[in-house]
Design a binder for this molecule. Structure first.
Ligand SMILES: Cc1cc2nc3c(=O)[nH]c(=O)nc-3n(C[C@H](O)[C@H](O)[C@H](O)COP(=O)(O)O)c2cc1C
Length: 193
């Protein structure tokens, strides 16, 4: 009887170990966590507000930080949204606009959680965020959007982010405008499972 019990326990152990090895991205670790802990904080920031939110996340969750830079940097005139014809407005009004990015994330395959930050432009994500998402194979990654805004919040950007982050799991994002470090830390740590 004791021998049978041992065999059963051994079999269960082998099965559990195999499950963890077969699905490393989703993980089945002993602690029941997904194991998605290799963090990249990628952000676009035109005037610095999103940058400071991104730095809080990096401090709380660790990992690497990457600034998404436009190949053609945005000037003050480009951002002057009171002028209908400014570059930012034209891009936001063009569904197909994909402003070019300078540089690339080195070896994105080594990350499994991407915190993705941006300012809200006309209620949505700046089009350069779609360029970013469409430049990589994001299969199996967890994307956690965050933004800063003048009050619109992040919800209007979720559709575009989801459309461009093909094959990734995109969770509900958060507007971090004016949030204290403690609040950002609490939120960010919950996402790194
Ligand atoms: C072109 C443009 C459009 C914007 N549209 C909105 C908007 O629709 N809603 C909003 O709350 N804030 C809007 N803002 C304000 C920014 O989202 C806000 O200032 C943000 O914190 C800037 O982040 P950054 O400093 O990282 O670029 C807009 C700003 C710009 C330049």
């Amino acid at each position: 009887m004791a021998g049978k019990k041992k065999i059963c326990i051994s079999l269960l152990l082998v099965l559990a170990l195999n499950a963890g090895m077969a699905f490393p991205a989703y993980g089945v670790s002993a602690a029941g966590k997904s194991g998605r802990t290799k963090v990249l904080v990628a952000y676009f920031s035109a005037t610095g507000t999103t940058k400071s939110a991104a730095k809080k996340i990096k401090k709380a969750a660790g990992g690497s930080i990457y600034r998404i830079k436009a190949a053609e940097p945005y000037t003050t005139a480009d951002l002057g949204y009171e002028n209908d014809d400014c570059r930012a407005n034209k891009e936001q009004n063009d569904e197909n606009a994909r402003p070019k990015i300078k540089g690339k994330v080195k070896n994105i395959s080594k990350y499994d959680v991407i915190f993705l930050g941006y300012p809200i432009w006309w209620g949505k994500e700046p089009k350069i965020i779609r360029t970013f998402l469409e430049s990589y194979d994001l299969k199996g990654k967890l994307i956690v959007p965050f933004c800063t805004s003048g009050g619109s919040g992040i919800s209007g950007s979720m559709k575009g982010v989801k459309e461009s982050a093909k094959d990734a799991e995109v969770v509900k994002g958060k507007d971090l405008t004016d949030l204290s470090y403690k609040s950002v830390e609490k939120w960010a740590k919950k996402k790194v499972r």
